[in-house]
Design a protein around this ligand. Structure first.
Ligand code: ADP
Ligand code: ADP
Length: 236
């Protein structure tokens, strides 16, 4: 089971003479096997937290630990390696490469260490089957719906077999029914035998209610954390 911990994390941004505390003393411990939603108004620190969890950014103070390893103790090469191998990212606007087919997009993260495209095809095809897109493998993004593109992105996030999957508004650009299907897929991934942590930032209460745990950020602090029903009740 993956374990992701934030220990009294502060992230300060400087703006001229002033500084803004995007995160102001956040402590959280996420165990694998769960779909966790992160809620909060604009500017509450959600993206900052997701970036720290994915080692895309580092805290001003406090610690971020993945399976007990303090990311602050790793050099840039180790961090780059960790981002690539241990974390999968999913974005609101899918971020697929338009000139590549679905299966080629899924394969991309594997190419950076010199693996040849043809050698990843079977794995990419298996993942496309898993996300329900087997018969779209040879389509390009402009031949797919938003829901289908996001499924390709989910398959791409899985190809390195990461322990953590971070999703930034994954349903933000999908209609309600397609969004629900995507959430079912993410929940299924969180609940499979791999024991991954799946964390998604969302503005959608509906999405939050389909997660296993919800964290509400307000002004860079955890204002509520627990069963989504309770946390959503605290928001509305
Ligand atoms: P944006 O980040 O795009 O500016 P808003 O912050 O205005 O979006 O909120 C988007 C939706 O989320 C609105 O419908 C709003 O009512 C709802 N919302 C309000 N409060 C919260 C909250 N604490 N967490 C999540 N969503 C919220
Ligand atoms: P959210 O994702 O909840 O909308 P963010 O994490 O994007 O919140 O931002 C939290 C706070 O940090 C906001 O006040 C935002 O303006 C500020 N902030 C975020 N990124 C930067 C940055 N690169 N430089 C300066 N301030 C930033």
């Amino acid at each position: 089971m993956a374990r992701l911990e934030l220990d009294n994390v502060v992230r300060e941004y400087r703006r001229g003479q002033q500084s803004v505390r995007a995160l102001n003393g956040v402590s959280l411990s996420l165990s694998g096997g769960q779909l966790v939603s992160v809620l909060g108004p604009s500017g509450s620190g959600k993206s900052t937290m997701l970036h720290l969890m994915g080692a895309l950014d580092s805290p001003s103070s406090g610690r971020v630990l993945l399976d007990g390893t303090d990311l602050g103790g790793l050099n840039d090469d180790r961090l780059a390696d960790l981002r690539r191998r241990r974390v999968g990212f999913i974005f609101q606007f899918f971020n697929l490469l338009p000139s590549l087919t679905a299966w080629e997009n899924v394969a991309v993260p594997r190419l950076l260490d010199g693996t040849r495209l043809a050698d990843v095809r079977d794995e990419a095809m298996d993942l496309l089957q898993r996300v329900g897109l087997g018969e779209r493998a040879d389509h390009r993004p402009n031949e797919m719906s938003g829901g289908q593109m996001q499924r390709v992105a989910v398959a791409r996030a899985l190809i390195m077999d990461p322990v953590v999957i971070l999703a930034d508004e994954p349903t933000g650009n999908l209609d309600s029914r397609t969004g629900k299907e995507l959430l079912d897929l993410l929940a299924g991934i969180a609940h499979d035998e791999a024991g991954r942590s799946v964390v998604m930032v969302t503005h959608s209460m509906e999405a939050a209610l389909r997660s296993d745990r919800a964290v509400l950020l307000v002004d860079g602090q955890v204002a509520a954390d627990g069963p989504p029903d309770d946390v959503v009740a605290a928001v509305v």
